[in-house]
Design a protein around this ligand. Structure first.
Ligand code: NDP
Length: 295
């Protein structure tokens, strides 16, 4: 189809969301309700350190109170649960997130369940998962799929009545993404594909919208894509690259080169879904503060 598809600019969209957040934070702070986010990191995984750093820096930039709690790798399950409990009780904190993945001796599910659902700004607590399925607006929607919906909306891409294929069924991206697309806002007809899906390329060829959340670099190639489809690439993969100072470059789950020749719109990596995730986290933190403070 087109040789130059629309590039869906996640950086610009995230900036606009964050500017709106800045205004809301200033208003709430004037009313005596300064939103607060606590980010807990267990261990020293370098990628997690980068994510945690950018979350707390974004808070500072917007005027959101933030606490970064860095715990050693040897932290026990009980010690971590105690930290979560004290944050649940802390009136300055409205949002709590424990950066994933924790060290292997930590039961991540138990930690997520210990977070007060009213402060679960990642939207991973079973109560918030249920609220998403029920379309209860008081719940918290996981930031990455929520960011994808925001990108589609701001790019003017109609989802109602469209065929959408979500590749990936994780609780963080694939499943909530499918729920959002099929819900009353998305109104799409949704297929969820995963590693056991037979003939994935054929399944994807009927899609008007493909959401790729697989974790495999350049996995979705042009033969998966029908002419004019819209592509949202959630993947963030590190590929060794000796020409880069860091020794790696980031690539998505979609082979941008070949797919961009067939699709009508596509998110780049980096600069697509990634920046939206943090922006939606800030939105969720403000929402938590409003709900807790009844403002
Ligand atoms: P998971 O590993 O939890 O899930 C990957 C999914 O892809 C699984 O459902 C898996 O199927 C499916 N899959 C794996 N191989 C295939 C295959 N060959 N064919 C079809 N489906 C396959 O990953 P996440 O959902 O957490 O993340 C997905 C990607 O998104 C990663 O690159 C991650 O880095 C990125 N990400 C980006 C974020 C952002 O802010 N932009 C935030 C979160 C994630 P099965 O269930 O059968 O194993």
């Amino acid at each position: 189809m087109s040789d130059s598809p629309k590039i869906i600019d996640g950086k610009a969209t995230a900036k606009a969301v964050l500017e709106q957040c800045r205004v809301e934070v200033a208003e709430l702070t004037t009313q005596g309700l300064r939103p607060g986010l606590a980010v807990v990191l267990v261990g020293s995984d370098p990628a997690s350190q980068v994510y945690v750093g950018s979350k707390t820096r974004t808070c500072e930039d917007l005027g959101i109170y933030s606490e970064k709690i860095e715990l050693p790798t040897e932290t026990t399950q009980d010690e971590l649960l105690e930290v979560v409990r004290s944050l649940n009780e802390n009136p300055a904190i409205h949002g709590i997130l424990v950066q994933s993945p924790p060290p292997p001796h930590i039961d991540e599910d138990a930690v997520v369940r210990a977070i007060d659902p009213a402060k679960d700004v990642d939207g991973f607590h079973p109560e918030n998962v249920a609220k998403l399925a029920l379309e209860d607006p008081s719940g918290f929607i996981p930031c990455t799929p929520n960011g994808c919906m925001e990108l589609l909306k701001t790019a003017g891409i109609e989802t109602s009545g469209k065929e959408a294929v979500v590749i990936g069924r994780s609780m963080i991206v694939g499943k909530p993404m499918a729920l959002l697309l099929m819900g009353r806002e998305g109104n799409a007809t949704v297929t969820i594909a995963h590693s056991r899906t037979r003939d994935l390329a054929t399944v994807c060829q009927r899609a008007d919208i493909i959401i790729a959340a697989i974790g495999k670099p350049d996995f979705v190639t042009a033969d998966f894509v029908k002419n004019g489809a819209v592509i949202i690439d959630v993947g963030i993969n590190r590929i060794p690259d000796s020409s880069k100072k860091s020794g790696f470059r980031l690539t998505g789950d979609v082979d941008f080169q070949s797919v961009s020749k067939k699709c009508s719109a596509i998110t780049p990596v980096p600069g697509g879904v990634g920046p939206m995730t943090i922006a939606m986290l800030m939105k969720n933190t403000i929402k938590a503060a409003r709900q807790i403070g009844n403002v």
